[in-house]
Design a protein around this ligand. Structure first.
Ligand code: URA
Length: 440
């Protein structure tokens, strides 16, 4: 196989055969193709796209790059959820223990921060001691015992996505329907799921801001899932402002704990419950939406979901006392309040500016080898449409030092726009299934 010739064919708009995708992925995972050649190929895919046949072949090759989870002996339906990526999106941290507390097995396999968006693995690793690199056998044992494991791609499961994901993060090759679809669906298909719920983000902070493209992404992933035996449903949710209030790894864990204790921000809880309802219906443990919602709410009001999260944290080497004392999470050395420069109506809270600033503060990666500072980020207490008075506190910056505080305040000045007409997307706009599109 001559890799430059394959890159050239893709660059010029041609298609690669299934066995060529398979060899490319196998050789890359085995270290026989360097990052720079795969980077060039990924950029060619960003520009030229993939045919349906190529997308299926790439996804299958990525699944086959590792082992699969054997989840059919668990005695419970196996369902997961995945988001296409957002800012402040800590839904997985709440949803996994809530749904597991309803009798569903949730093998939550997540990624790290990607582009300007945060990643569930980085958030979890802000909990002292928490280990996301479980082996396949450890994951299966934990699923049997607790109904939930929260893991990353390992050398055993979807290793191709682990390498490609890290490479895409630092080569501006994230924003592509086929690459996002293959990345998400390879991880999820390797979990051997009965059902999958996708949270497809739309709006300025999504990788694909345009609603039509978000819909195309949803349909592409649904087709990949359904044709491979995994029932797949998507909700389109707003990412034209951060979800919830906290943005940044440890800050988001703290907000997730508040949510599980019944004190989460309304938008975060609404998206979590809506996705959870779809998961319980797909799992077949509930037949009716209202009953599914009540079952999820009961896991919060009874404290069962929080208790389950504590058990998951303990099982994965983390310090479970974080449940009662979030103060053990890494803390930023410097904190400063941002006040409204003028009175008026908040018209925008731009998630991309916030996500990019978190990376600059040290909370995300600029190169593949960067280590991140889990304590930095923002807590933003206003949403588009809120009326604010001059000098009212709107947000806080959490940084390592004074330079970080200055950087964070500058980002908030650019991200939070006051004045004019507020226009924001509906929090949850559509439900997409294999049979159609339902406006909500
Ligand atoms: N989430 C993933 O797992 N992969 C992507 O490419 C984007 C979001």
């Amino acid at each position: 196989m001559v890799v430059p010739a394959l890159i050239q064919r893709k660059r010029d708009g041609g298609a690669l055969a299934a066995d060529e995708w398979r060899s490319l992925i196998d050789d890359y995972v085995a270290g026989r193709i360097p990052d720079y050649q795969i980077s060039a190929l990924l950029m060619a895919v960003v520009w030229r796209g993939l045919s349906n046949g190529e997308l299926g072949a790439l996804t299958d090759a990525m699944v086959a790059s590792g082992d699969r989870l054997h989840s059919n002996g668990l005695g419970r339906p196996v369902v997961d959820k995945h988001s296409t990526g957002g800012v402040g999106d800590k839904v997985s941290l709440l949803l996994a223990p809530m749904v597991a507390s309803c009798g569903v097995a949730v093998p939550m396999m997540s990624g790290r921060g990607l582009g300007h968006t945060g990643g569930t693995l980085d958030k979890l690793e802000s909990i002292p001691g928490f280990r996301t690199a479980l082996s396949l056998r450890e994951t299966e044992a934990q699923l049997t015992r607790l109904g939930c494991a929260m893991i990353g791609q390992t050398p055993e499961i979807a290793p191709a996505d682990r390498k490609l994901y890290a490479l895409r993060d630092v080569t501006a090759t994230v924003e592509s329907i086929p690459l996002i679809s293959a990345s998400i669906m390879s991880k999820k298909l390797a979990e051997g799921l009965d059902g999958l719920v996708l949270d497809v983000k739309t709006g300025s902070g999504a990788f694909l801001p345009d609603r039509a493209l978000a819909l195309e992404l949803a349909r592409t992933m649904i087709t990949l899932g359904e044709t491979r035996g995994c029932r797949t449903v998507a909700l389109l949710t707003a990412m034209d402002r951060p979800l919830g209030r906290a943005c940044g790894n440890a800050l988001e864990v703290e907000e997730a704990l508040q949510g599980l204790a019944g004190e989460g921000p309304e938008d975060l809880m609404e998206v979590t419950y809506a996705l959870g309802v779809e998961m319980l219906l797909l799992a077949g443990v509930e037949r009716e939406r209202a009953a599914a919602r009540r079952a999820l709410e009961a896991t919060v009001s009874s404290g069962r979901a929080l208790e389950t999260l504590g058990k998951i944290i303990e099982a994965q080497g983390g310090d479970p006392t974080v449940i009662e004392d979030p103060g053990i999470l890494p803390q930023a050395a410097a904190v400063e309040v941002f006040r409204a420069p003028a009175g008026g109506v908040v018209t925008a809270v731009d998630p991309r500016t916030i996500g990019a600033a978190i990376i600059e503060l040290g909370g995300g990666r600029q190169t593949m080898s960067d280590t991140i500072d889990p304590g930095v980020g923002f807590v933003i207490t206003v949403k588009p449409g809120d009326r604010v008075a001059a000098r009212q506190p709107l947000a806080s910056v959490f940084a390592r030092n004074d330079a970080g505080i200055a950087l964070g305040l500058d980002a908030l000045h650019r991200a939070i726009v006051i004045g004019g007409e507020a226009e924001s997307l509906p929090l949850i706009s559509h439900r997409v299934t294999a049979t159609g599109l339902e406006p909500l």
